[in-house]
Design a protein around this ligand. Structure first.
Ligand SMILES: [Fe+2]
Length: 247
């Protein structure tokens, strides 16, 4: 499986504090059937000062260490970007990191937002022909109060990534219900672990795959946890799916 949302880079945000902890997360991810991780530290979320250089350096340092320790897990650079009124402008200026240098970008919504404001940003992103992925909509307060917003964002061509723990019910009953409904309605294109450590928010997806299979079917589990993420990495390397939109 490929994890497209994981805070595994050391010392950048609320993920691992050092390289040793990052390696422990990598080992756990590998054991749970993950072969590739797109590392997505918080970006522009006003708490952590993460820039482009820090993301690339972090991914390179961790990759090198994993190779040295013979842990076969590939790390790609990425970011979880806090969406704001100026996101379109920052994207135009080339100031936002994408997932593995592809045209897919992972965006985090503010907990409280005005729908029309986000729709305007999504329109601006669409004009720039990128593929925005909204991270864990099922855990967002505004969406939990009004899940219908998911449809509105989907109509604006947003893609959705839910969190593995939400599928398993670890984020509460409402999150699980929204997630289940989204999967059954075909609104989920990706599932990420949103891993932060090896104890509370683990980079693990093995039980998630089984749960998705149960909620829908094997084909859907494969698509969400393997094939769609592969398409991001393939598109990034200019492969056969270049420019083709997931979903
Ligand atoms: Fe995250």
């Amino acid at each position: 499986m490929i994890d497209i949302h994981c805070h595994i880079l050391p010392g950048l945000d609320d993920g691992p504090k050092n390289l040793e902890q990052a390696v422990e997360m990598a080992v756990l991810a590998k054991q749970s059937g993950i072969s590739k991780i797109i590392a997505t530290p918080h970006f522009l979320n006003m708490v952590y000062a993460v820039d482009f250089k820090a993301v690339y350096t972090g991914a390179t340092v961790l990759s090198r260490e994993l190779k040295k320790q013979k842990i076969s897990l590939e790390i790609f650079s990425g970011a979880e970007i806090r969406i704001a009124h100026n996101t379109g402008l920052l994207l135009k200026k080339g100031l936002l990191p994408s997932l593995a240098n592809s045209k897919y970008y992972l965006f985090e919504l503010p907990d409280i937002f005005i729908k029309d404001g986000i729709l305007r940003v999504l329109q601006q992103l669409r004009e720039q022909e990128i593929f925005p992925i909204i991270a864990h909509p099922e855990r967002n307060h505004t969406i939990m109060k009004n899940p219908g917003v998911i449809n509105d964002f989907g109509n604006e061509k947003a893609l959705f990534q839910v969190t593995g723990d939400s599928v398993l019910g670890k984020n509460g009953k409402l999150c699980q219900k929204i997630t289940k409904d989204m999967i059954q309605l075909g609104q989920v294109q990706f599932i990420g672990s949103d891993g932060h450590d090896i104890e509370f928010r683990k980079p693990s997806l093995e039980n998630v795959y089984k749960a998705v299979k149960k909620i829908s079917d094997e084909k859907t589990a494969r698509k969400i946890l393997i094939e769609n993420p592969e398409m991001i990495l393939d598109q990034a390397s200019g492969g056969k799916h270049m420019g083709k939109r997931v979903g």
